[in-house]
Design a protein around this ligand. Structure first.
Ligand SMILES: [Fe+2]
Ligand SMILES: [Fe+2]
Length: 169
């Protein structure tokens, strides 16, 4: 599954990098729009499992974490909008269709293989941090807000790593 995650991510990155070359903020906006979906999916599945009497010891911790992550990603999205990331209809069209598919993929993936679903998001968060790091290098570090967002992405990847370890116990 880890290899499949890596291949899926690499193919997606190649397509997005090609489509959004030289357009930093539309690219960030699309990535942020998509990056939120797994957290909604994890929460949906945790709610459903809870409702079906399948509450685990890590349940409250995971719900709290994923709720905070989804709020944090929404803050990133709003910030990218303030910098014109969603100005064009085509970017909104692409992102909103991708997110629809990606949300449901994550619901099924997390329900059946939670560790693998976490691993995919872990890779995506690491890639997001790397994307912002490259942008910061491009602007000589002159963007404190993006630096802050990059740190959030690093925190998310660490939190997902911890979640993976927790459910493996
Ligand atoms: Fe983000
Ligand atoms: Fe993130």
């Amino acid at each position: 599954m880890k290899t499949l995650n890596k291949i899926t991510l690499d193919v997606t990155i190649t397509i997005i990098d090609f489509l959004y070359r030289g357009r930093h903020f539309p690219r960030f906006w699309v990535l942020e729009e998509i990056a939120r979906a797994p957290y909604f999916a994890f929460l949906s599945v945790l709610h459903l499992r809870e409702s079906l009497g399948l509450r685990t010891e890590s349940h409250f911790y995971l719900m709290r974490e994923h709720f905070e992550q989804s709020v944090n990603e929404t803050e990133h999205l709003v910030y990218m909008e303030s910098r014109g990331g969603n100005s064009y209809w085509i970017d909104r069209f692409v992102a909103r269709h991708l997110v629809l598919i990606y949300y449901w993929v994550n619901v099924v993936y997390y329900w059946l293989f939670p560790v693998s679903a976490y691993h995919l998001s872990y890779l995506i968060e690491k890639h997001a941090a790397e994307t912002y790091r490259k942008y910061l290098a491009f602007v000589d570090g002159q963007d404190t807000k993006i630096e802050e967002i990059m740190q959030d992405e690093i925190n998310h990847s660490n939190e997902l790593h911890k979640a993976m370890e927790l459910i493996l116990q």
